[in-house]
Each structure stands twice: as structure tokens, then as C-alpha cells.
Write a new protein. Structure first.
Length: 218
């Protein structure tokens, strides 16, 4: 799977780190503070949205007085302590990053998360220095269901998109990465497990953790 690959681009939440549970908790706590019960289907409603669009969905759906930016800022503040103390790497992450490094494959990050949270999570887990570049969706015109952020990552790595492989846990992002002309590996996460069958229709491979790939290479 890594033959002829020169660059590996990773999503962060749900792909490198086990963090999606935090956002479920934040959705509940954020609305509870406003005496609003969190709908059971909220995950499905915002799963495919970028961070800013999810905030706009909350604003419009729950008639909130805050702007989308203010909602994003509050969410990030709520998440910071969790990212600093309770977010851990997904199984096999560090070993796989070491393998890529030993193979001379450049490593990039493509995330919808903010700079503060991504830096906190990567540094607290000791993997920040593995990355040759970090790209965020707020640096491009469109979200992860489009190729923009992946193409920016490839450009910063200095690698042709066709020589890049992307790791993602949600279906719209898999679609966006494939549209960039890259190989894509879907990775299991509890939060997006219901999308597995859809991911399999687009991704080049689907794994449950990185040991699946390590065993193929070693």
C-alpha cells in the first residue's frame, strides 16, 4: 500500500487521536448550559460539516444569540483541558509514524481543528515533531469534502498528489481526499463506524488500527 508513496497526510481527530468523544460531550454540555436538550441525532446532523458550519448549524437550529465564531471559540475553550490531559493516540499511531519516518516518507497533517487544540494534542502526545507541515481547513476556501486542504498539504510537502496517501475516518473527507488524486485509507473510529460501508466504496483500503498496515510492510 505504501509502494511509490512519498507523502502521508493524516487527519487528526478520530484518525491519529481518540478525541471524538470529547465533541459529543461538548455538544451536550454546551446546550445544557442554555437549558436546551441535545437531540439524539445531533451527531448525524453535523458529522459531515466543517467546524464553522457546525457552529452555524447550532446557531440557526437552536436560535442562539452568539455568532458562529463565538460558538467556535466557546467550543475550543471547553475542549482545551480535555485535549491537554485526556486525549490519547489511537492504537499503533506512534509505531506507524516511526515506520513512515524510517522509510523517508514525509508526513503532513490536514485538520479542521484549530491551531491551539491541534498543537496541544500533538505536543502532549509527543508526535508534533513528526510533521513536515500542518494544514487547516480555515486556510482554504472549502471543507474536507473537497480536495483543497489535501492539495495544500501536498504542496507544502513538495510532493505530487498522486504520490500521497491520506488517512481519514469520515466519509466526506475520504471523498475529498480521493478528489485530490490521492490514495486514501479509511480508519475505524467508534464515532464514525456507521459510515464504514460508504467509506469502503471510495477508499483504497480500510483498517481498524495502524498495526494492520505495519504488518503488511514489515
Amino acid at each position: 500500500m505504501l509502494k511509490d508513496i512519498k507523502g502521508a497526510i493524516f487527519d487528526m481527530d478520530g484518525t491519529l487521536i481518540d478525541s471524538m468523544w470529547i465533541w459529543t460531550k461538548i455538544n451536550i454540555d454546551f446546550l445544557k448550559k442554555r437549558n436546551i436538550k441535545c437531540p439524539e441525532n445531533i451527531k448525524e446532523k453535523i458529522q459531515d460539516l466543517c467546524f464553522e458550519d457546525a457552529a452555524l448549524y447550532f446557531k440557526n437550529t437552536f436560535n442562539l444569540k452568539e455568532s458562529a465564531k463565538e460558538i467556535c471559540d466557546e467550543w475550543n475553550n471547553m475542549a482545551l483541558d480535555e485535549y491537554k490531559h485526556n486525549v490519547k493516540l489511537k492504537p499503533g499511531t506512534r509505531k506507524f509514524l516511526n515506520l513512515l519516518k524510517s522509510m523517508g516518507i514525509k508526513i503532513g497533517l490536514a485538520t479542521s481543528n484549530c491551531e491551539l487544540l491541534l498543537t496541544t494534542a500533538l505536543k502532549e502526545n509527543g508526535i508534533y515533531d513528526y510533521f513536515h507541515c500542518i494544514t487547516r481547513t480555515d486556510e482554504v476556501a472549502r471543507g474536507k469534502n473537497y480536495p483543497d486542504v489535501y492539495l495544500l498539504a501536498a504542496n507544502r510537502l513538495g510532493i505530487n498528489p498522486s504520490e500521497c496517501i491520506v488517512f481519514e475516518d469520515i466519509f466526506p473527507a475520504v471523498v475529498g481526499a480521493k478528489a485530490a488524486g490521492m490514495k486514501v485509507i479509511g480508519i475505524y473510529d467508534d464515532f464514525s463506524s456507521y459510515q464504514k460501508d460508504k467509506i469502503l466504496t471510495v477508499a483504497d483500503k480500510y483498517i481498524y488500527d495502524y498495526s494492520d498496515l505495519i504488518d503488511d510492510v514489515i
